[in-house]
Design a protein around this ligand. Structure first.
Ligand code: FNR
Length: 411
């Protein structure tokens, strides 16, 4: 109603309401490399398409005459009452979309009261994002580093900044075969690398100093222009002063250390006990797609699951994420919350995910498009529209609470 009323007074929305128009507008606004990174998926991008086509195959069957005047779109998660079933998904390297990056998303999250999942690949140190969030619920997403000391440090910092859960992303122990980025030879990472969490970490600093003091083994490569920009960007952010850092081996060592420790392909289920010992926060596993993995998650005492294929960015030809949801929800049987992401573009999509067993959904690219178009206002409008359409879908299908959204709502 707000949007129509504003229209009557001559104001149209700041960002397109239609998901397709939003995407098209963002594409026009973003640089070629930023667009490739954000919109791109793995390989021939069949998984990203499957995410959409699988959602579209489900149809909602509305019910009538059920008194839907008063509705509650809220959900409960880890003891917190949230206004809606939406969360801002962890998205790294947001500086490619907008210079205010994570801080703009935090402002949007705060205005809506919608939780933000802070990325390990963030463009801003988590402490600054946490300040911008004020009292808003935040979770911390961990890419489990190869170095235990660094992993422990990131978790400690997340706890200190008030994170209400640790989300461990499991589907990215290696970066997917991102064809659009590969075609551009990763120029997108020229100045933007999303390594602010590392550059602001005391353990990472020790690893960098140690590496910088080691004699170089490989023959020196003369860096190209893009690489020089990367190093200058890091020197600017690294403690100790821009000029001093630029002429020291530190920026280069920082990049190399990041590439060394960013992930841990050797991770197994057994490592979860290590994390359990170090935090009392709920541990949520992101990226599960097989019901047997959901059963293992229960065996290992995790507190929540996010069914996700990383928006189709990791395995080409993988199962459409929503097709993985019912089997996992059934196996979990309500013992821990199951969340969902990958392909949510509308309130009706979120309704379908809840009907198939999700407690809540995460939104990725759509808010990044809003961010690219209009900063914090854009990100906020995109998610506000999702919330509004979700509420309307509940009303028009005869539901007044999110727990009324059950499997029989779909065909
Ligand atoms: C992501 N995603 C992601 N996930 C994560 O756990 N840590 C991260 O740093 C990132 N970074 C990231 C960057 C970009 C540009 C995108 C598009 C995605 C995955 C994200 O959390 C989520 O799973 C997907 O975005 C959901 O799919 P949709 O909503 O984009 O279709």
């Amino acid at each position: 109603a707000q949007i129509y009323r504003a229209g009557l007074f001559g104001r149209t929305p700041r960002v397109p309401v239609s998901p397709d128009a939003l995407e098209a507008a963002a594409r026009r606004r973003m640089s070629r490399t930023a667009w490739a990174y954000v919109a791109g998926s793995a390989g021939r991008e069949r998984t990203a398409h499957a995410n959409r086509s699988a959602l579209d195959r489900w149809e909602i069957v509305p019910r009538m005459l059920r008194d839907v005047e008063d509705r509650d779109t809220g959900v409960e998660l880890f003891g917190a009452r949230l206004p809606s079933p939406f969360l801002f998904a962890p998205v790294g390297v947001l500086e490619m979309a907008h210079q205010e990056a994570d801080l703009a998303v935090a402002a949007a999250a705060r205005e809506l009261g919608v939780p933000m999942v802070i990325s390990t690949q963030g463009s801003v140190p988590m402490e600054e994002t946490a300040v911008a969030l004020a009292e808003t619920v935040r979770w911390y997403q961990l890419y489990w580093p190869g170095d235990d000391g660094l992993a422990a440090s990131l978790v400690r910092r997340a706890e200190a900044t008030g994170a209400a859960a640790i989300v461990v992303t499991l589907d990215t122990d290696l970066l997917g075969w991102r064809t659009r980025d590969l075609d551009l030879a990763w120029l997108p990472f020229g100045r933007a690398m999303g390594i602010a969490q590392y550059l602001s970490d005391p353990v990472f600093a020790e690893l960098v100093a140690e590496r910088a003091s080691r004699p170089r083994q490989d023959a020196p490569v003369k860096p190209g222009l893009a690489a020089l920009k990367t190093l200058a960007g890091i020197a600017r952010r690294y403690p100790g002063g821009f000029l001093r850092n630029l002429t020291s081996p530190l920026p280069r060592a920082a990049v190399e250390t990041f590439l060394d420790v960013f992930s841990r392909p050797a991770l197994t289920w057994e490592h979860l006990a290590w994390l359990r010992e170090r935090t009392s926060l709920p541990i949520v596993l992101k990226g599960l797609q097989h019901p047997d993995d959901a059963a293992l998650a229960l065996d290992h005492g995790v507190d929540g699951i996010i069914v996700s294929n990383h928006g189709g960015r990791q395995v080409d030809g993988a199962i459409g994420a929503i097709d993985a949801l019912p089997g996992i929800a059934e196996r979990v049987g309500g013992r821990i919350p199951v969340l969902f992401d990958s392909g949510i573009r509308s309130g009706a999509d979120a309704f379908k995910a809840l009907a198939l067993g999700a407690r809540a959904v995460l939104v990725g690219r759509p808010y990044v498009y809003g961010l690219a178009l209009a900063g914090a206002d854009g990100a906020r409008e995109v998610v506000r529209n999702l919330m509004a359409e979700f509420d309307l879908t509940m009303a028009l299908t005869g539901r007044t609470t999110t727990s009324d959204i059950t499997r029989d709502a779909l065909r």
